[in-house]
Design a protein around this ligand. Structure first.
Ligand code: GLY
Length: 588
């Protein structure tokens, strides 16, 4: 740990309050509100502010922070592939949006290959340590822990997958020189960047938890005060970690001094140590898996299968809605939202019972997406009012279906990257350290994930095993839904979002808005969210509250802070960035 403190260098990491980052913020109003927007991206910011998509001829990138978009744009402009650009984007996101994703986390990547027309996925999900047991998140009497008692500290930390995923994606799908992809992130980490409004407000809101661990406290709460908007923040320890990754590849992360520091930090977390070992890091592997594609009208909707529940649950929702005329109803009709809401509830019931890491638990994926099964579930939607009760269905399967229902708690978090390059490749990657600021443990300039809390805390439900229980070496069930829509084999829409289990609703809504309601990508991502997972309807605005209540729904008004990034591939490329967050779409 001493090495860690020295590496972080309290003085070096201290933001310069007096030295607001005016010298790195573009002039002429770009970056209004304290966000650092490079001048080149002023056009992208203006389009977003005006609610218009950004257009480009050759390539496009949409991600959660302007500096990350700029890093990706530099790679694409120089002829890199979408996979090359993703590495640069992720390296910068880990610096400027550290609360959402980074080297200490995991990610899923969906790839449409422009040359072969094939689509595949890479699973860089975090993995439960080999010493983890199904009681990891239970107290001495077998009761599930409170969520934040489980999250904060070492217990929740799974073996990170992101560094290995970056290299696997680059090896298979990239062509630029690996070391150069980290140049922008290293420069920004050393020179400093302006703390954004979102980062500042999240630090302030989480100050008590961040203050529990010295390395984390010194970085986010220098001199005891939360970082403020516009503070210049430097992270030389992160620069050093990136240099090691750039020079030696992921073995510099999964073995040696960095791995030893990660393990020491997790096992030594005061009050809540974890069981991660150097063996867990050394044996970590990215898994290439077939993409899960489902039909929706004239499109194939392709995404990430287990351990994510993203593609299967989005696919079920769309499959259940296929027989209904959503286009005719339109986006203002409460009947459209009754159908979407109850389709989502039916899909979430199945997800809670059946979805988990299919390398450990048989998952009835084919049965859940079979047209006969979807038709029988869809027929349940043919009333006028909210369904009074929802239960999981019984899809066809050659295994017993006597499972318990999942009880995992998933709060909004995460980040999404969409990229289309000049070679016809399309990349959709959702990346996370799980909760905002993950486990709150910081090592070598990056935060460690709390991904293991995506497992069910309980292992049994009334005596029946829960599919998503903790098991050694297993990957926790995710909601991340990086998605590519294709028509006649060609990619037409690339999208995804952060947001915990809300991701599924955000992505399904955006697809419906684009496919059924003919909205452009910016309108589709901006369209107010109405999300129903378990019965109550979460609404972003009150417009449809009264008619939905009259149908029998309990309605709650709340923020639904998605971070959708979408690219439409037509005669030109059109990019959309979620107005709820700081990201941009930009292309040339
Ligand atoms: N931790 C967010 C997800 O995997 O769904």
């Amino acid at each position: 740990m001493r090495a860690l403190f020295l590496a972080l260098g309290i003085g070096l990491c201290t933001p310069v309050h007096a030295q607001q980052a005016a010298d790195t913020v573009a002039p002429e109003g770009a970056g209004a509100g304290g966000l650092q927007v490079p001048g080149l991206l002023a056009r992208a910011q203006a389009a977003k502010d005006a609610g218009r998509p950004v257009e480009a001829e050759n390539w496009m990138i949409a991600a959660a922070h302007p500096l990350a978009v700029e890093a990706g744009a530099t790679v694409l402009r120089a002829g890199g592939t979408a996979a090359d650009a993703m590495v640069a984007v992720q390296a910068v996101l880990g610096l400027v949006e550290p609360q959402s994703s980074g080297l200490g986390g995991g990610a899923f990547l969906v790839w449409h290959d422009g040359a072969s027309g094939e689509i595949t996925t890479l699973d860089g999900r975090e993995t439960a340590p080999l010493d983890a047991t199904p009681t990891l998140f239970q107290d001495a009497s077998g009761q599930p822990l409170e969520f934040f008692d489980a999250v904060v500290g070492g217990r929740s930390v799974g073996t990170p997958g992101t560094p290995a995923l970056l290299k696997a994606a680059h090896d298979r799908l990239g062509q630029a020189a690996w070391p150069g992809l980290f140049a922008d992130a290293i420069r920004l980490a050393e020179e400093g960047f302006a703390v954004s409004p979102r980062l500042a407000s999240l630090v302030a809101g989480d100050a008590d938890r961040l203050a529990r661990f010295p390395a984390t406290r010194d970085y986010f709460l220098p001199e005891g005060e939360p970082l403020a908007v516009g503070d210049r923040l430097r992270n030389p320890a992160y620069a050093e970690t990136l240099r090691a990754l750039a020079t030696h590849g992921p073995r510099a992360f999964y073995t040696g001094e960095i791995a030893a520091d990660i393990v020491a930090t997790v096992q030594g977390a005061p009050g809540n140590p974890g069981v991660l070992t150097e063996t867990d890091l050394a044996v970590y592997r990215v898994k290439e898996r077939p993409a899960l594609c489902v039909p929706y009208h004239s499109y194939e909707v392709c995404g990430m299968g287990p351990p994510s529940s993203g593609a299967s649950t989005v696919g079920q929702i769309l499959g259940l809605l296929s027989p209904f005329d959503l286009a005719g109803l339109g986006s203002d009709d409460p009947e459209a939202w009754r159908l979407i809401g109850d389709a989502s509830r039916l899909a979430f019931a199945d997800r809670g019972r059946y979805l988990a890491d299919s390398d450990f638990v048989p998952v009835p994926l084919k049965g859940l997406l079979a047209s006969d099964y979807l038709k029988s579930r869809s027929d349940l939607l043919r009333g006028d009012d909210a369904l009074p009760e929802i239960a999981p269905g019984r899809p066809e399967f050659d295994h017993a279906l006597n499972r318990g229902d999942d009880q995992s708690i998933e709060l909004p978090s995460t980040s999404h990257i969409s990229i289309v390059d000049g070679y016809g490749n399309a990349l959709s990657m959702t990346t996370t350290i799980e909760n905002g600021f993950g486990s709150r443990l910081m090592v070598r300039g990056f935060l460690l994930n709390n991904e293991l809390t995506d497992f069910s805390f309980a292992s049994h439900d009334e005596g029946r095993l829960i599919a998503n229980r903790v098991e050694p070496g297993k990957r926790p069930r995710s909601s991340m839904a990086p998605t590519i829509l294709r028509r006649d084999g060609a990619p037409v829409l690339v999208l995804g979002s952060p947001g915990g289990s809300l991701i599924i609703g955000y992505v399904a809504k955006t697809i419906i808005a684009w496919v059924d309601w003919g909205m452009d990508v910016q309108e589709a991502v901006a369209l107010p969210h109405l999300i129903n997972r378990f019965g109550p309807y979460d609404l972003e605005e009150p417009r449809l509250a009264a008619p939905l209540r009259a149908m029998g729904y309990e309605v709650t008004l709340r923020d639904l802070t998605s971070g959708l990034h979408a690219i439409e591939i037509g005669e030109v490329l059109q990019g959309g960035a979620d107005p709820r967050r700081e990201g941009l779409a930009y292309g040339e």
